[in-house]
Structures are given as C-alpha cells and as structure tokens.
Design a protein around this ligand. Structure first.
Ligand code: DGL
Length: 269
C-alpha cells in the first residue's frame, strides 16, 4: 500500500499546493483535508487555531501518511512549531518556502505580504524574511475578504465584486514600490489572474502553496520516498457537506473529482 502525502487547509486554498504536488510527482497518492465546517481560519485566535491544527494533523496520523504539507498560511504562521513537535513524519508549512522564494527574486528588497488577519498579526512572514535579510523592507496587509469570496466561487477573471475588493485591498501595495508580493494565504492564488491584472507587470507574485509543494517534493525525493510506479490517487475529505466544495474544486483544478468524503474531526478523536 503506497503511503500518501497529507495536505490540509480550512477549505479550497490548499488545492493550490495539491495542484503543484500532482504536477511535480504524478505517481504520489495525496490525501486532502479541507476543514470546511470551520472555514475561515484567518479570523480565529491562536488558541483556537492550535486546537484545529492538532485535530487536522491527528486526522493524518490515522491515515498513516508519509509527509504532511500544511497548505494553510494561517496555521503555518501560528501553529507550525506545535505541529512539528507532535509529528513523527516530515511536515512543512508555507511561510518559510514562500519567504525564501521572495528573497531570491526581489531586486529592490521591498517585499509585500498579503495574508489573513491571523497570519499578519503573528508577524511570521516578516520574521522569516528579516531572518534571511534584515535589510528587507516588508509591507504587510491583511485581506480578510479574499477567503469568503473564493469559498463562494467569486473568482472568475471578470467577477466585478472580486475586482472591487482586489482594488480596495491592493491599491496601497501597488503604490508601495514593492517589486515582489507574497500570496501568503493559499486561497489567494485562486484570485491570481485578478491580482495580476490589477497590480500590472513588473511585480512578481509568490504562490505560497506552490513553493511549499516544491519543498515537500524535494524532501520526498531526497529521502528516496518517491513513488516510481503507477498513477497517484487523490482522495479528498471535508468536514461539512461536500457538494459545494466539489463543484468549486473541480472548477479550480479543471478536472473531475470522483469523490469527496465527509469526515468529523471531533468524533474521530
Ligand atoms: N488558506 C488559509 C491560509 O492560507 C486559510 C484561510 C482562512 O481560512 O481564513 O491562511
């Protein structure tokens, strides 16, 4: 039985990492967990987030996964050290890989971070960037409405509501002189076409889920744990009614999803 890679988020956002993982390692099995009954995570307290994060991780212990990707900027910002202590297998979040990538590509040293309220308040991205280079100027902006608009399917390139919200949140980033913007919440790359159109050329976007997926891939390859045969299977779990998630996930992934199962994280404990 091939062991899977576990990937989780509050909802659709972590699929940005799944897409990249599947492209990099098509033979791997991936188990995805979206805690849709409790989305959004970004407005919660650290105490609540740590409780949710432990339950998310325990779900993967029961699945006997070989690695875990915390495809959630919020949990990565607030709870990763706690999860690392609990976790017997390799575990990676999105903050450090995204910061590393931004540090590599910035030319003027001005890096903007957009993420959820909890991520921005934690200061995790800023700390990580300053640890790489204390001379970086970091501009941070919480964009809490991005998650509900994505979860409600408002991510079409011409969606007028999404366009308005993008403009409202990102005008100050556009004016800041940053040449690199970290999409520090994994939901935000789903809005990438709209964000790109508003910010215009000349500003590089860093997809945190994608960068984390690359890091997990590198670990799996270095540890000689990569599956070399067969086709990988993706299994999806959510904590609330699956139909809405399935429809939007198919739209974003641009492929049919066979089954999304409902799981209760509380009952399972
Ligand atoms: N996609 C998650 C993140 O990266 C969670 C967003 C939310 O649920 O608020 O932060």
């Amino acid at each position: 039985m091939k062991k899977a890679i576990g990937v989780f988020d509050s909802g659709l956002g972590g699929l940005t990492a799944v897409k990249e993982l599947s492209a990099l390692m098509p033979r791997e099995n991936i188990i995805y967990l979206g805690d849709t009954a409790r989305v959004p995570y970004g407005s919660r307290s650290a105490e609540t987030l740590i409780r949710f994060a432990k339950q998310d991780l325990e779900f993967f212990f029961r699945q006997n996964v070989k690695a875990v990707l915390v495809a959630c900027g919020t949990i990565s910002s607030v709870a990763l050290p706690v999860l690392k202590e609990m976790c017997p297998v390799f575990i990676e979040g999105v903050v450090s890989p995204a910061a590393k990538r931004a540090a590599q590509i910035t030319k003027n040293g001005k890096i903007a971070v957009i993420a959820t309220n909890a991520s921005i308040h934690s200061g995790a991205y800023s700390r990580e960037l300053k640890a790489i280079n204390n001379g970086f100027t970091v501009i941070e902006k919480a964009c809490p409405m991005f998650v509900p608009i994505v979860e409600n399917g408002y991510f079409g390139k011409d969606n007028p509501v999404a366009k308005l919200i993008v403009k409202d949140y990102l005008s100050e980033i556009k004016a800041s002189g940053a040449d690199t913007v970290i999409l520090g919440c994994t939901h935000y790359p789903i809005l990438r076409p709209l964000i790109e159109e508003f910010l215009g050329g000349g500003i590089a976007l860093v997809d945190s889920g994608m960068e984390a997926a690359k890091e997990v891939c590198e670990h799996i390859k270095n540890a000689h744990e990569e599956q070399l045969e067969g086709t990988g299977k993706n299994t999806y779990y959510v904590t609330d009614e699956p139909s809405g998630f399935t429809a939007l996930a198919e739209l974003f992934l641009n492929k049919k999803i066979e089954e999304v199962k409902k799981v209760s994280l509380d009952d399972d404990n």
